[in-house]
Design a binder for this molecule. Structure first.
Ligand code: FAD
Ligand code: NAI
Length: 412
């Protein structure tokens, strides 16, 4: 392997590049990214950056490698979009400044992440209607918050909606949160904790509207009103749309890679010989959960970026692994979310769980640990403002602990 190309210059791509060097790869390493920025961290975009307490200079992703980012000896192609992949010639096509330029690779890591969905039917030319994914998005939303007397309508009660609503309230802005489903964040944390999250938002003064969608977003040049499907009309000086993301795979159309809500990989993270995917864009069969997963969280981007870098080097010229446990990517996913003075952490996969039990603290106190059962296994642990037990239960999930073992730990 002489030249490895990484497409996507963000968390998964950077961690893959860092791991390649860490494992001793001394060939040519090219990282292609369509944003103009060097890799930066996204979690603060809905939190500290939006709150106005951090600026862009807090965000660059650090690397442990000696010599920092420059020490990685990467040929950065920033502000450059990959537009095609030809597996027969093992080349990718680059657009923008490098119109039509082809770049050959021996190994490829695809880490192109995901892009926000736009609200169906919503005009794209109205000022102060935004999605939130990039630094530029966050600064644009903050600029509106800095200048306009505020009434914000947040569409979508998932991670973006919940965190943006909390941050806007911390700025003293009036917020209405509109979620199509009966419970916000329910898909990720289950209906009981989702219902609690709705209460927490209400207690902080958010007008939470559940089970209702948006019919239209109106205004002349700037947004002025949002009409809901139940006929309610909300005035709005800012609309933030957080209704989910779509994996960035359009550039792979016709390449022959299998795409099905993400790049379909084998259990090692390999999409086809010498081509791997990592982070938000990647889908793989999880042995632990017995189904295919695509995880849209920070920790997975790091772990999978590192994993596929190792597999690429180990399997160069052939298969990415023998199927041994070490070859297989089978993490216990983990995320956190900060909303007001509550920190929620979840390790494992709670979606599809059969049962949830609070085993420490209580939901009334809003400080608790809950376990999720799938079949006879411990599937996930969620902690609100009680971080320590997450480590213990995450280890148990890793080890395949039974539900009764987990409950015994809780009562012991
Ligand atoms: P991305 O970060 O999406 O990076 C992909 C990169 O590839 C982008 O720069 C994109 O522009 C580029 N790209 C796409 N297509 C092309 C192309 N064709 N050519 C070249 N470049 C391309 N997770 C948590 O666990 N906790 C949190 O608190 C948290 N907060 C978040 C807050 C916000 C506002 C957002 C947006 C996300 C948050 N996340 C959080 C999720 C976490 O940031 C993502 O899971 C992580 O960024 C995924 O990394 P990635 O490298 O896979 O993809
Ligand atoms: P999401 O998938 O978390 O939530 C989308 C929400 O929008 C769902 O609750 C859905 O029911 C709702 N929705 C869909 N269509 C709607 C409509 N027309 N009207 C009203 N509601 C509608 O996606 P979200 O919040 O956009 O987040 C995007 C990405 O950012 C995700 O990958 C997420 O994981 C990531 N993120 C993660 C954070 C964290 O881990 N703490 C924080 C912020 C973002």
């Amino acid at each position: 392997v002489r030249r490895i190309v990484v497409v996507g210059a963000s968390l998964a791509g950077l961690r893959a590049a860092e791991e390649l060097r860490g494992q001793g790869f001394d060939g040519e390493l090219v990282v292609v990214g369509d944003e103009p920025h060097r890799p930066y961290d996204r979690p603060p975009l809905s939190k500290q950056v939006l709150a106005g307490t951090w600026d862009a200079d807090h965000l660059p992703l650090a690397v442990a490698h000696e010599g920092g980012l420059d020490g990685l000896d990467v040929d950065w192609r920033l502000g450059t979009r990959a537009t095609g992949l030809d597996l027969a010639t093992r080349t990718i096509t680059l657009a923008d400044d490098d119109v039509g330029v082809e770049l050959a690779f021996d190994g490829l890591v695809i880490a192109t992440g995901a892009s926000p969905r736009w609200l169906p039917g919503c005009r794209t030319d109205l000022a102060a209607v935004h999605t939130l994914r990039t630094l530029d998005d966050s600064l644009a939303i903050r600029a509106v918050l800095d200048t306009t007397p505020q009434r914000v309508v947040v569409v979508g009660g998932g991670f973006i909606g919940a965190e943006v609503a909390a941050t806007c309230r911390s700025r003293g802005v009036d917020v209405t949160l509109v979620e199509m489903l009966p419970v916000p964040m329910g898909v990720a944390v289950g209906d009981e904790v989702g219902t609690l999250m709705a209460d927490i938002h209400r207690d902080h003064g958010v007008d939470v509207r559940l089970g209702v969608g948006v019919e239209r977003v109106d205004g002349s040049d700037r947004v002025e009103r949002v009409r809901l499907t139940d006929g309610t009309v909300l005035s709005a000086a800012l609309v933030v749309i957080g209704i989910g993301v779509v994996p960035n795979t359009a550039w792979l159309d016709g390449s022959g890679l299998t795409v099905d809500d993400g790049i379909v990989c084998d259990a090692t993270g390999q999409a086809t010989s010498g081509v791997f995917a990592a982070g938000d864009v990647a889908r793989w069969p999880s042995r632990r959960y017995g189904r295919s997963l695509r995880i849209e969280h920070w920790d997975n981007a790091i772990a999978m970026g590192e994993h596929v870098a190792q597999r690429l080097l180990a399997g160069s010229g052939g298969s990415a692994g023998s199927g041994d446990d070490g070859d297989v990517y089978d993490p216990v996913p983990w995320f956190w979310s900060d909303q007001y003075d509550r920190k929620v952490q979840l390790a494992g996969v709670a979606a599809g769980a059969d049962e949830m039990q609070v085993v420490e603290g209580s939901m009334d106190e809003r400080r608790f640990v809950a376990l999720y059962r799938q079949g006879d296994r411990l599937a996930a642990v969620l902690a609100m403002n009680r971080p320590r037990p997450v480590v213990t239960y995450r280890r148990q999930i890793q080890a395949g602990a039974s539900w009764s073992d987990a409950l015994a730990t809780a009562s012991g």
